[in-house]
Design a protein around this ligand. Structure first.
Ligand code: 9MR
Length: 619
């Protein structure tokens, strides 16, 4: 069998062909490798690729250790005559509830360090699959070997029928001891038989530019420039995010003024755009703090404290004083604040005091209510939204003790403490992970429905939307949003980010995610979970590098949020002295000039067009 690899950029002719292959792959939903010319294959086989230190290599034994047969699927080891081998043949009999319900897994017997550049290589092919294309897929992951399975690599690749080499570089996000991290291939996507061989993990150390190892990741479905979802999303954006603005320019006598120069400037967006912030950074001195604040001023009308309102930020008196000063700063700039979060009901994420009360449910219940009352009433009028409860699906130690019905009480306590804030439930893994975690989606949907049915004063649904290198196809995002919209509550994207070393992918998916979410009528705000590399829980996701250079994804945000989805235009009044236009909903400053006369007024454009706005030019 010939070996060829597409992933190392060398001569321009090869990269052009490789790009063509990738474009074809995107267009046809699979990689068009076999159609590459022999020249391209030859070029690609030369041995110039960087080699790293080998950390893991599959053998017949490592495959055999995974061999099993269950209701869901089977793994067996087979010999492959064609120079490949040994091979793990993986069969999925029926689609399980999640892709990880059946997987191939190898522990890495060497410590790994945060920041270390690793390269996962393997060969794989589809034998058969129950999809329209007939192609199977698998999800290569690199993760911690125990919960919460923190992932440094998180992808899904579609496999052709011919053997193909995959080469996936990534940067390790967490240091782990030997045997505490794992290479995992999720298999449970669909009924299929796929084969995997020659799995290799190599390290290139910390000081290595990960982008020199080119990523072979196929793009996601719907990334194509002419994907059908794009046109319908644009139509919805035009329809739901814009409103009619009619200006009537008159002189001091009330007579229409033709030919007036009219400047229409949007000062605030009706849609919520925001980010997670750190109170201390908003208050700090120096050029970094200036640039940090500048992002908020330029692009945001929403902010959420990343940690300052969690129990540990709140209990710290000095920090609490900072929070109030930061709230003043935000308030002066009309940046509305989301409170995050009153209860995060696992021991790991709540105050140690609550854990001490584990064996005394009544006291535990009282302590939690007390905390909700205390914090929500102290912040009454200062926050517009509250995440009353965060991540109940995976953080539920307290719910196991107090029962799920206590959630209703928590919402009621929050309502009593703050009559005006919208009260949210918030969780992750609903839109991310290709939108395939149907079990979690259903459980979230049911939990919200139960709260509504029980009369809890819930005012919105939070979807965190943390992504790795795996995108969710935009059409799937829209389907999930449609489903949750049936609940009749607004949806907030509360913590969006795309943690990917592949910057082109990151920018592309950022654009598509923001577009799909902005186009959905139930979504009324999008907040990202940080924007600056030096203040980010996943620095690789940041929109700005340490020196404030925007990343490709950052440029997408600047373009969409700062320009495309704002209306700033100049117009001239017609014969009847009017200007009629359609602009993004929000607040506007209108300046009208005729000769040396100027008049300025502020107005708000709402969805249902009101009367024409009269601009009177004084004498
Ligand atoms: O980004 C936050 C990090 O600084 C904290 O250490 C961590 C624990 O409090 O929480 C992170 O934020 C999480 C958010 O509160 C809930 N959704 C997931 C976020 C990322 O872990």
């Amino acid at each position: 069998m010939r070996r060829f690899s597409l992933f190392y950029r060398r001569s321009p002719s090869f990269s052009t062909l490789a790009c063509l292959g990738l474009t074809l792959a995107a267009a046809f939903g699979s990689f068009a490798v076999p159609s590459l010319s022999a020249t391209a294959q030859e070029t690609a086989t030369s041995d110039e690729r960087p080699t790293g230190e080998l950390l893991f290599k599959s053998t017949a034994q490592t495959f055999a250790a995974n061999a099993r047969k269950t209701r869901i699927g089977a793994i067996s080891v087979v010999d492959e005559a064609d120079g490949v081998g040994p091979v793990a043949r993986c069969e999925i009999f029926e689609t399980p509830e999640s892709p990880w319900a059946f997987s191939l897994r190898f522990l890495v017997d060497r410590p790994v360090a945060k920041g270390e550049v690793l390269l996962l290589e393997f060969r794989a092919r589809t034998v058969s699959a129950k999809t329209e294309s007939g192609l199977g897929s698998l999800g290569p992951m690199f993760e911690t070997s125990d919960p919460p399975y923190v992932k440094s690599l998180n992808q899904r690749v579609e496999l052709g029928f011919a053997w193909r080499d995959y080469s996936l570089p990534f940067r390790c996000v967490e240091s782990r001891d030997a045997g505490k991290s794992a290479i995992v291939f999720f298999l449970g996507y669909l009924p299929q038989t796929v084969e995997i061989a020659d799995v290799k993990l190599s390290s290139f150390g910390k000081n290595f530019d990960v982008s020199t190892l080119r990523n072979s990741e196929p793009r996601y479905k719907g990334a194509e420039p002419d994907a059908p979802w794009r046109a319908t999303a644009q139509e919805r954006i035009e329809k739901i995010r814009k409103g009619d603005l009619t200006l009537q320019i008159v002189d001091a006598d009330g007579k229409p003024v033709p030919n007036a120069t009219v400047e229409i400037r949007q000062t605030r967006s009706a849609f919520g755009w925001g980010t997670a912030v750190v109170a201390g950074r908003l208050l700090a001195q120096g050029s970094d703090a200036d640039a940090y604040r500048d992002f908020l001023v330029k692009y945001c009308n929403r902010a959420v404290f990343e940690n300052d309102l969690k129990w540990f930020g709140w209990q710290n008196r000095r920090n609490r004083a900072d929070v109030f000063r930061a709230l003043d700063w935000l308030d002066e700039r009309q940046i509305d604040v989301r409170g995050h979060c009153l209860v995060w009901p696992s021991w790991r994420n709540s105050t140690p005091r609550w854990r001490e009360l584990a064996s005394n449910p009544e006291a535990l219940d009282a302590a939690i209510r007390e905390h909700i009352r205390d914090e929500a009433s102290a912040l009454r009028g200062r926050v517009v939204d509250w995440d009353v409860v965060n991540e109940i699906h995976d953080n539920n130690d307290i719910l196991k003790i107090l029962g799920d019905d206590v959630l209703v009480d928590w919402f009621q306590e929050a309502r009593a403490a703050d009559p005006n804030a919208r009260l949210f439930i918030n969780d992750y893994g609903i839109l991310s992970g290709e939108g395939l975690d149907r079990r979690k989606q259903t459980s979230y949907f049911r939990a919200i429905k139960k709260l509504i049915d029980a009369g809890a004063p819930i005012g919105g649904i939070g979807m965190q939307s943390h992504f790795g290198q795996t995108a969710t196809p935009p059409e799937r995002l829209l389907e999930i949003l449609d489903r949750f919209a049936e609940l009749g509550l607004p949806i907030s994207i509360t913590e969006h980010d795309v943690d990917a070393t592949d910057k082109a992918f990151q920018a592309e998916f950022t654009r598509d995610f923001l577009t799909a979410a902005f186009s959905h009528p139930a979504v009324d705000e999008i907040l990202v979970w940080g924007f600056w590399e030096r203040s980010h829980w996943r620095p690789e996701s940041a929109y700005f590098s340490a020196d404030w250079t925007p990343t490709p994804a950052g440029k997408v945000w600047q373009e969409l949020v700062g320009e495309t989805w704002r209306s700033n235009l100049d117009a001239t009044s017609n014969e009847a002295g009017t200007v009629a236009t359609r602009v993004f909903l929000g607040d506007y400053r209108i300046t009208v000039r005729v000769g040396d006369k100027t008049s300025t007024l502020e107005t708000t454009v709402e969805k249902n067009a009101g009367e024409p706005v009269v601009v009177r030019l004084a004498d």
